[in-house]
Write a protein that binds this ligand. Structure first.
Ligand SMILES: *[C@@H]1O[C@H](CO)[C@@H](O)[C@H](O)[C@H]1NC(C)=O
Ligand SMILES: *[C@@H]1O[C@H](CO)[C@@H](O)[C@H](O)[C@H]1NC(C)=O
Ligand SMILES: *[C@@H]1O[C@H](CO)[C@@H](O)[C@H](O)[C@H]1NC(C)=O
Length: 379
């Protein structure tokens, strides 16, 4: 009897194991099958606000011209026809851009979520890090002094905005003047501009600063020289929004505190902003709901998602998550430093090639414009 019972259990466990393995395989297959083609299919839903069914009916029209205009999911990207966008035809689709704005607004209101405000916190309030929920920090006296009393983007609206990513694709692009001609220019991670003006421009309306930048680009402000460089970089911003994601991941609190102290003790004309604690999940939620399976959005995608709130036409420069350009020439990860990066590494928190394919698709549909080629020099 006990023996039979054991046999029975063994059989049952075996069947269960086989079932689980099969289920796992089919899940993997499903993931693998979610090629670019099916992503486009899902994305059609975002853009129209339609559900799967109506998306299916409508699919033949706008994206069916597929073979030619689809972007290869291959990470190497080198044989892709997606190249110099400045020569290709592009028309802004205002209708589509408003639909996207409305859909994003269901998840976040960038005017509000761009920063926490003085009125909602007091010094000493404990905050759980967004990505490390177990770890906490608190609002220091100094940080509190830099919290805005109202949204730095209150009632602002722009016809044309540029978002400048930091890819080495910008080198020798001559895009500086074109970038600066936009009404509002967003830059990422306090990237240097003065030495690269011809390619990246100079104007900055909003710039982000991850705490890690203090370490990587300013040597943790560990000498008077680096502190001065940091202050000078901020002084060059005059009037811009300085957007500091201070509460994303643990480990940056001292850096934020040092930076905050320097801002307070020098004459620096910036409007500091600290993203709301719900922003990241909301942005991720928007893209996941539209079947773009990102892990953590990159700063670039965050900025695009937020900019839909303030900008009609959004132009992206310096977004290129591939080690080679369309002609096979090497492209630096950042235009200004020697950092290298595994774009497709599964351990990376970002999913850059996927983000890029998504943005490329939005470019083809006229929702945004992705500039990846050189710019015509002004005549
Ligand atoms: C603009 O986008 C809307 C919504 O996707 C679409 O219905 C319309 O046909 C597009 N217009 C043009 C000119 O492509
Ligand atoms: C806030 O954090 C600092 C250092 O991170 C710590 O020394 C201080 O005790 C904390 N204050 C409160 C009220 O939790
Ligand atoms: C940019 O152009 C200069 C001069 O033609 C050249 O030496 C340099 O290698 C180019 N850089 C890149 C990244 O293409």
């Amino acid at each position: 009897m006990p023996f039979e019972w054991r046999t029975l259990m063994f059989g049952f466990v075996t069947i269960l194991a086989v079932f689980l393995i099969l289920a796992d395989i089919s899940e993997v297959e499903e993931e693998m099958a979610s090629t670019w083609g099916s992503q486009k299919f899902h994305l059609y839903g975002i853009l129209t606000g339609s559900n799967r069914e109506t998306g299916l009916k409508a699919i033949p029209s706008p994206i069916a011209g597929s073979k030619e205009d689809s972007v290869s999911p291959s990470p190497s990207f080198s044989k892709n026809k997606f190249s110099s966008s400045s020569t290709s035809e592009w028309t802004f689709n205002r209708t589509l851009s408003s639909i996207i704005r409305r859909n994003v607004l269901r998840f976040l209101d960038a005017e509000r979520d761009i920063s926490i405000l003085k009125s909602t916190f007091k010094p000493g309030d404990v905050i759980h890090y967004i990505f490390d929920r177990q770890s906490t920090t608190n609002i220091s006296e100094n940080l509190y002094r830099l919290l805005p009393t109202a949204s730095p983007m209150k009632n602002q609206h722009y016809e044309q905005c540029a978002i400048v990513g930091n890819s080495g694709i910008l080198l020798n692009s001559s895009c500086g003047a074109e970038i600066d001609s936009h009404d509002f220019v967003i830059r990422c991670n306090l990237a240097p501009v003065e030495e690269y003006t011809n390619d990246v421009g100079l104007r900055t309306s909003l710039v982000t600063m991850n705490p890690s930048v203090v370490q990587r680009a300013f040597q943790d402000l560990n000498s008077e020289e680096w502190r001065q460089r940091f202050v000078q970089r901020l002084q060059a911003l005059s009037g811009s929004v300085l957007w500091i994601p201070a509460f994303m991941a643990k480990g940056g609190e001292e850096r934020v505190e040092w930076a905050v102290r320097l801002i307070l003790s020098h004459t620096v004309n910036v409007h500091t902003a600290f993203p709301s604690l719900r922003l990241l999940h909301a942005v991720r939620g928007y893209w996941l709901t539209n079947n773009v399976q990102i892990k953590r959005p990159t700063t670039g995608l965050l900025m695009y998602t937020m900019a839909t709130r303030f900008c009609d036409e959004i132009h992206l420069y310096g977004f290129w998550p591939f080690p080679r350009d369309s002609e096979g020439k090497p492209v630096k990860y950042h235009y200004y430093d020697t950092l290298t990066y595994q774009y497709t590494s599964s351990s990376s928190p970002h999913t850059m090639p996927l983000e890029f394919r998504t943005l490329s698709m939005l470019h083809r549909k006229g929702a945004l414009r992705l500039h990846t080629g050189t710019c015509r020099s002004p005549t």
